[in-house]
Design a protein around this ligand. Structure first.
Ligand code: NI
Length: 188
């Protein structure tokens, strides 16, 4: 296991469409090492999700690991460490809600992004077996944020009012200046 460098906005890999993995590649030592390094990197960074392009591997693979419960993200549902290969999102309901998102590739900033809050995800696991998940609320946002990385998109692309892109240490000050009683929900 090794901690890999998380590349930051401006690195061209973050803006490219990543390639799908073949079934044959899934049980290669390279992928096993990548997944184990990504898990260590994610835990070290204190995030809840990491996509392969964020460690400069332009392939369609991402991991999510959410301890759940009370956290600096607020009260959130748990999701054990899960690997998603070639994931596809289907929006089940267009109804959207907004969260203050952050990203390990855009350190120090938070932005308010509205996304659909009811989706289903279809992906392969590392044995090549397809599985499906239905997600609502905060988790629906987390998965859309994470899988956007596989298509070269960042959360800032979804901010409709750029006044809602702020430094994280000024988020509370910013919220206090708005007629906004909502809780600051953040993720990365
Ligand atoms: Ni991100």
């Amino acid at each position: 296991m090794a901690i890999r460098e998380i590349i930051r906005m401006g690195h061209p890999t973050l803006r490219q469409v990543s390639r799908p993995l073949t079934i044959e590649e899934l049980d290669s030592p390279e992928i096993a090492r990548l997944v184990s390094d990504m898990a260590e990197t994610l835990h070290h960074a204190g995030g809840i999700g990491l996509a392969a392009p964020q460690v400069n591997e332009p392939i369609r693979l991402a991991i999510i690991d959410i301890p759940g419960g009370a956290s600096r993200y607020g009260e959130i549902p748990a999701m054990p460490l899960t690997v998603f290969v070639n994931p596809v999102i289907e929006v089940l309901q267009q109804e959207a809600a907004g969260y203050w998102e952050g990203c390990l590739s855009i350190p120090g900033l938070r932005g308010f992004v509205e996304r659909p809050q009811h989706i289903s995800v279809s992906a392969l696991d590392l044995s090549g077996k397809r599985f499906q998940l239905e997600l609502t609320g905060f988790l629906a946002t987390v998965f859309q944020h994470e899988f956007d990385h596989l298509d070269g998109r960042l959360y800032i692309d979804h901010i409709s009012d750029m006044k809602n892109l702020v430094y994280e240490d000024l988020l509370e000050l910013h919220l206090g200046s708005l007629n906004n009683s909502g809780e600051p929900n953040v993720l990365d």
